[in-house]
Design a protein around this ligand. Structure first.
Ligand SMILES: Nc1nc2c(ncn2[C@@H]2O[C@H](COP(=O)(O)OP(=O)(O)OP(=O)(O)O)[C@@H](O)[C@H]2O)c(=O)[nH]1
Ligand SMILES: [Mg+2]
Length: 238
């Protein structure tokens, strides 16, 4: 059996988290040869999120120094590297993604280094994505494809699968929701084999933390910056 880390970033997801955890198809994953470990990185929830995660038996990382999904993912990647696990799947913990899609992502990972779940090629249920976010997601994806030449269909997806080596080579400095753009830029710049599978996208449970305009602008900026400066400069956030 090979080790699989399922990584869930959380911030005040007490209404959604348990459903996501219960949906993880452990038996199917074991049949595929995976031993499953769930890792939660929490950005400072003020609700029962952390308690729910601990009661379920998940390992929990608390972001004490800096909040933000990007900062959390980077902490979790460092933790993953200290494990012996062979692959990592991340999905948002807000009930928008289905953990039942994880085995399909992993099947593709046999032949690729990175697998992205595409909402825009999959099924978006009614009310799950605002019109503004729908247009923004298409524009940012188009920009990413134009700059990096890798034919993806959904840059800002929150569902990804990585081989261990893909995480090991990751060099990132994102703090908030520009993390997905930076992961894509990094994997493209280093020539990793990236593919995608269509996935379902449902209406969020609980409140969104992403601000469409503010975060859309920093995703745009990150795509441009990483095209010309492929690696982070530590003294500032470029
Ligand atoms: N660790 C950590 N996770 C966070 C933080 N902020 C948000 N998240 C989680 O990151 C995931 C994505 O956040 P959302 O608020 O759903 O943002 P989004 O999915 O891009 O936007 P919506 O489409 O509006 O839901 C969710 O599981 C959040 O709980 C944070 O500061 N730290
Ligand atoms: Mg969401």
């Amino acid at each position: 059996m090979r080790g699989l880390t399922i990584l869930l970033p959380t911030l005040d997801e007490e209404d959604a988290l348990l459903g996501v955890l219960e949906d993880i198809p452990v038996a199917t994953l074991e049949q595929q040869g995976w031993f499953v470990e769930v890792l939660i990185v929490d950005g400072g929830s003020a609700d029962a999120t952390v308690q729910i995660a601990q009661d379920f038996g998940c390992e929990v990382i608390l972001q004490k120094a800096q909040s933000g999904k990007g900062a959390g993912m980077r902490m979790a990647f460092e933790k993953f590297i200290t494990s012996k696990n062979s692959a990592l799947v991340m999905i948002d913990a807000d009930g928008t993604y289905s953990a039942k899609d994880i085995p399909r992502l992993l099947v593709k990972l046999k032949h690729y280094d990175v697998v992205m779940g595409s909402r825009l090629r999959g099924e978006i249920s009614e009310g799950a994505m605002t019109r503004l976010n729908y247009i923004g997601n298409h524009l940012l994806t188009w920009l990413a494809v134009s700059l990096y030449g890798v034919p993806i269909t959904d840059l800002c997806t929150g569902a990804w699968a990585f081989r261990r080596e893909s995480i090991e080579q990751m060099n990132l400095n994102s703090i908030r929701f520009e993390i997905e753009a930076e992961m894509f830029a990094n994997c493209s710049n280093t020539g990793l084999r990236i593919t995608q599978v269509p996935i379902r996208y449902d209406k969020r449970i609980g409140e969104a933390k992403l601000g469409s305009v503010r975060d859309g602008a920093s995703i745009f900026r990150k795509l441009i910056v990483r095209k010309y400066f492929p690696y982070p400069h530590n003294d500032n956030n470029t």
